[in-house]
Design a protein around this ligand. Structure first.
Ligand code: ADP
Length: 197
């Protein structure tokens, strides 16, 4: 069974992913971590990025110069697509590689922040689980855990799929609002034993 897990920033998606591992023994593949690793020093995407965009986009330590790339991608949608054309096949390849490490019969959970936005994911999983909460809760959680201002978090939320779009793509929704972490764990445990799976 391949399960896609998604949710907006601050929804509690990473917390749910960890609970699925500890309570359900699933094999977790973190696509966000895979994507980040590709552009760290020595990352598999760096040679192609240097070749396509030039050394100006490579920081002295060999990582992607994120600020310079963000600026370019903001001004030039073609550059953003060219970067994605480098990253997406590498993400797919590494994701599949990590999925292969699951034991026979073990469920595989793919943590995919932009599952609903990307359109490449739906056909690769049998079920989609969405972690949902009120927007005000997303914002207060992220402001608390990061250095971001409320306005910056609102801007990120506005760029992501809406709650309604995400829920429309879901086979199951975990509503993570007004509940304790213990109650969230109970919700994950009961989902994993539900007839849906
Ligand atoms: P995401 O991966 O969706 O961005 P996280 O799982 O990292 O979100 O959760 C964001 C923050 O909110 C974390 O600090 C987490 O511990 C906290 N959190 C999530 N759900 C709850 C909850 N039900 N009760 C209390 N804190 C929560």
């Amino acid at each position: 069974m391949r399960i896609g897990l998604t949710g907006g920033i601050g929804s509690g998606k990473s917390t749910v992913a960890r609970a699925m591992v500890t309570l359900g023994g699933v094999h977790l593949v973190d696509t966000d971590a895979i994507s980040r690793a590709l552009t760290l020093p020595g990352g598999a995407a760096m040679p192609a990025i240097a070749q396509q965009f030039g050394s100006r986009f490579v920081a002295p330590d060999g990582a992607l110069d994120r600020a310079t790339m963000r600026e370019l991608a903001f001004q030039d949608p073609g550059a953003k697509r060219a970067l994605e054309a480098i990253l997406h096949p590498l993400i797919s390849e590494e994701t599949e590689h990590q999925a292969q490490a699951a034991s026979p019969g073990q469920w595989i959970v793919f943590d995919v922040p932009l599952l609903v936005e990307s359109g490449r994911w739906r056909q690769r999983v049998q079920r989609v689980v969405v972690v949902d909460c009120e927007e005000a809760t997303q914002i207060s959680r992220v402001v608390q855990r990061s250095q971001l201002t409320e306005a910056a978090v609102r801007a990120i939320v506005a760029q992501q799929a809406t709650r309604a779009q995400r829920r429309a793509a879901a086979d199951a929704v975990i509503y993570n609002d007004g509940i304790s972490l213990d109650q969230l764990h109970q919700a994950v445990a009961s989902l994993l034993t539900s007839p849906l799976f």
